[in-house]
Design a protein around this ligand. Structure first.
Ligand SMILES: [Zn+2]
Length: 255
């Protein structure tokens, strides 16, 4: 075993154009060792290039797990964020509140299902966990990426995204509800025999500042046959008993 510095120095000298024999003499190692380091490194780099050049369903035609994508699209539209880092690599981050640890796992699975060549990492923040994955190709999969907040720009799905949204409205709504939605009790007051009584019904709320994202949510609910209404400018409500029961088949409580 040679120390790391020797290997690095040899590779540096090779990179400057010295022959293996010259490098061996300069570093005090055998010519065979220099050749092995040089070609081994090239193989690792070729593997890396091959991996990176087959990672994108849009650029390289790799098959896309459409169900995982529909769910991830919902999470992304809800509160996902894509940021450009060094060397043109993008980070897709999803923020999962600590109240629902099951969501962290579901988000991680969706990220790795959609971009299996990238590893998923987690970072703790106060009150939430950031689940993230790095790839040069996240903007290919989420062309909605752009500067500024999502509600300050038009969010229009590409044709291929529309096709997936139409085919998989269940996972899409699940992702939307898991990120920006809520399933909880709605308290309703009803007069009974001259007296007010309180009743509790489960209902879903989806809150988002983007009119486009609200419309996408409404379209997906329509496709599932779930009755909904816009009860505020920035909120969709699913409150009828049959509609809640139907949506429970696809979403269910956060866990
Ligand atoms: Zn791509």
């Amino acid at each position: 075993m040679h120390p790391r510095e020797t290997v690095d120095r040899a590779l540096r000298l090779s990179g400057l154009g010295y022959s293996d024999r010259q490098v061996a003499a300069l570093c005090g190692v055998t010519t065979g060792a220099v050749r092995k380091w040089r070609t081994g490194l090239r193989r690792v780099k070729e593997d890396e290039d091959r991996r990176l050049n087959s990672s994108c369903p849009r650029c390289h035609g790799r098959p896309l797990d459409e169900r995982a994508y529909a769910y991830l699209l919902g999470l992304y539209l809800g509160d996902g964020h894509i940021a450009l880092g060094p060397r043109q690599v993008y980070r897709l981050s999803l923020y999962c509140g600590d109240t629902w640890p099951g969501l962290i796992e579901a988000a991680a699975q969706a990220l790795s299902g959609v971009m299996p060549t990238s590893s998923v990492s987690r970072r703790r923040h106060t009150g939430c966990t950031e689940v993230k994955s790095y790839s040069k190709h996240w903007p290919c999969l989420f062309p909605q990426h752009g500067p500024g907040k999502k509600h300050e720009r038009a969010i229009v799905l590409a044709d291929w995204q529309e096709a997936i949204a139409a085919e998989h409205p269940g996972p899409l709504v699940r992702g939307l509800m898991h990120s920006d939605g809520y399933r909880g009790a709605n308290r309703v007051r009803r007069p009974v025999g001259g007296e007010d009584k309180w009743y509790e019904y489960p209902r879903y709320l989806f809150k988002n500042e983007s009119a486009d994202i609200l419309r996408l949510c409404g379209d997906a609910l329509d496709r599932l046959g779930v009755d909904w209404r816009r009860n505020k400018r920035n909120e969709i409500s699913v409150a009828r008993r049959a509609a809640v029961a139907r949506l429970d088949e696809f979403v269910g409580p956060k866990y």
